[in-house]
Design a protein. Structure first.
Length: 144
């Protein structure tokens, strides 16, 4: 809806909107890592979230009057932080649950994007040169 209003504001109506896909050429690039490697990165990120103040952030939001249900629906991690704050999970159990839920979500995303034949997949390994990976992605985009 917001995008439609932006188009109307810019063009005066939706009539001129192109409906056959992207107006400009585009490319979709996916990073392809093994599920095991991806799960390891997810676990690192979950531990960093907890160490980086997820519990404090959640407690502060609750103190400002944000309802627990709203936090729970805001993203993976808040449900687990709420459970730690109410004493039903330990911090370690919360990290494990964040990893489990995020890995499940990531698997669904991989399945979804694998079905899209327009995605160009670049292999991703632990310790690979991210600058080189970006250079390869830019080269792919420039070639389209």
């Amino acid at each position: 809806m917001v995008r439609a209003l932006e188009i109307v504001e810019a063009r005066g109506s939706l009539a001129g909107r192109h409906r056959g896909g992207a107006i400009r050429p585009s490319i979709r690039i996916g990073l392809d890592a093994t599920p095991e490697l991806h799960r390891g990165w997810i676990a690192e990120r979950a531990r960093a979230m907890m160490a980086g103040g997820l519990l404090d952030e959640t407690a502060a939001a609750l103190a400002r009057g944000v309802p627990p249900k709203a936090l729970d629906g805001s993203g993976i991690g808040y449900r687990e932080a709420l459970a730690v704050l109410d004493g039903t999970l330990s911090a370690a159990e919360a990290v494990d649950e964040i990893v489990r839920r995020t890995a499940r979500y990531a698997k669904a995303q991989r399945t979804w994007f694998r079905a899209d034949r327009s995605v160009v997949w670049l292999p991703r390994e632990r310790g690979d040169d991210l600058d080189e990976l970006v250079t390869r992605a830019v080269a792919l985009a420039a070639g389209r």
